[in-house]
Design a protein around this ligand. Sequence first.
Ligand code: ADP
Ligand code: MG
Length: 688
Amino acid sequence: MAAVDLYTIPLRQIRGVGAEKAKELDALGLHSVGQLLEYYPFRYEDYRLRDLTEVKDGEKITIQGTLYGEPVLSVYGRSKSRLTVRLMTGGRFLITAVWFNRHYMKDKLTPGKEIVVSGKWEEKRQTIIVSSSEFPEAAGDKARTGTLQPVYSTAEGITQTFLRKVIRQALVQFGDKIGEVLPEELVERYRFITRKEAVAVLHQPTDAREGQAARRRMVYEELFLFQLKVQAYRLLNRTKADGVPHKVDRPKVRDFVRRLPFTLTHSQKQVIAEILDDLEAPHAMNRLLQGDVGAGKTVVAAAGLYAVITAGAQGALMVPTEILAEQHKASLERLFEGFGVQIALLTGSLTDKQRKDALAALQMGLTDILVGTHALIQEDVFFRNLGLVVTDEQHRFGVQQRGILRRKGMNPDVLSMTATPIPRTLAITAFGDLDISTLKELPKGRKPILTYSVTHDKMDRVLGFIRQEVGKGRQAYVVCPLIEESEKLDVQNAIDVHVQLMQAFPDLRIGLLHGRMSSQEKDEIMTAFKENQVHVLVSTTVIEVGVDVPNATLMIIYDAVRFGLSQLHQLRGRVGRSELQSYCVLIADPKNEIAKERLKVMTETNDGFEIARRDLELRGPGDFFGTKQSGLPEFKVADLVSDFEVLEQAREDAAELVAEPRFWTAAELAPLREFLNRDVPEGGEPLD
Ligand code: ADP
Ligand code: MG
């Protein structure tokens, strides 16, 4: 970056690091001095001296004192020992210091000598259980006393002591060569300390204030650089004329909207407008549509699809399950009644002949909209003129899938719809390269779902509740957990519950739905449920996403603690899809605080964004999307939960900077531009 590129200097150049040690550090992913210097501690051990009058029982403390009297050693067992000595601290307090299993210390404990001990304070017995000690006289400039010692994550073969030593040495040799990366004006605007100072302080803070200043700077830097990449990518994308400027027939789209059986919400109208603008623009749309369950995303997608059709192109709607594919095809057919739109389905359960016909119709352009699982953009599927791909309920239309389309010579506009509300901080991190549209309100007249949490011994009342709702002509879902590792067992669970309910309600029709049934079986049962031929549907989480049966007003979830918050919210979202009052009953015997908290959140709010926020708090960002394909970068210093304000600021600053022409030309910003191609946390696709 500066004159010396520390990322090109091998670790061997650090005094004390030989071939072997370099190899061990390699295993930690550290290959250069630059990387080593960015290997920050995850916490500090506090060796600052404390006064006994202000410490609490059980605290880990460091105090200085004078050895008072002879040490006493008791040995028991083969290798166990206990060494105690009296200590005068602060010139007032006589306390006891205890060492376990370190009999060799005895000879060093000469009465009258000054000692610093660190360990756990036991107030009642006025004793400190020593974990480490130091003699100030002997320690010299290596003294730990009074410092905050960094604690690094280690790996096999690498000790804490070694890491401390080698990083300290690296700072001595190369600390001065750490160059600035942030533009000067930003360093000034936020009164940041220099990068050089900040790196040194993170490894060796002398006090909390200094540490905070360093952290503040590095958090910003990290988020800024990350956002710089995202924003640069986004800008290039938006200015690239890589898409098709569709000639949308707006009056026709307006007519479609006017003929809908309901009035669109304000958000729906706004999002449709955003999509239409994108479709007409020369760049390829890459938009994420967020909307809580039941917010009405399908009709927005339909309007977008209709718009490209009026422009003479085709659309695809990609969904995660066949149940959803069937359902969406049916909904679209209803919405497009009388509009002459040809909709086809492509799923795994088509016969060979059906599939061949469907593909031929698609290639000839007879099909306007193809609905199916992700297989529909693959292999032997060819569109005559694919204009828009909508993906529903998939966290993200993957980089890979976009790659497939490009290889087929297509770069359609893409709209990804998700009902998993993503807290804004995660959204702009994981999806920073996308434009985000949000459906903020639910359609008018929806009543909040009333949610109750009950223990398993209240089953009688739950059964009574089912009886009551079905008596009113409504329908109910009963969901049983399905866990991947013991799939068999849990499917059995649904089967058992199904049998139990059939026995409890011999006069009602109780259906069963789970992932092991054939597509045809699933289809039949879903259709029957939709038509109210089935009163109660016992199911696994296959109904989690997207299923829309407005007459269902009761959702019962067994073993609710086995589901995450977002999942519970999704499941609950299967009811409350009309103007009828809906209910959700969570059956669980929570065993721990987190489980209790989750149930509490569910009973307190229906707001998906609020739930996502609480979920993020309870789980932390890493777990938010589950481990698979999170799309979230890993940060060294920044914490997406607590640093979200910095993230917002960094994002704004980065967007502003890349929008300035000088960003792409100014000589002093060359290091930053270089950075765009360097390995920073990946949020979106790499720059190409
Ligand atoms: P989701 O956003 O969860 O995918 P859907 O698109 O399935 O929601 O819509 C949920 C239900 O609300 C559907 O039955 C749909 O027809 C209906 N709906 C959508 N928009 C409106 C609206 N503006 N007014 C009334 N009902 C609507
Ligand atoms: Mg949906």
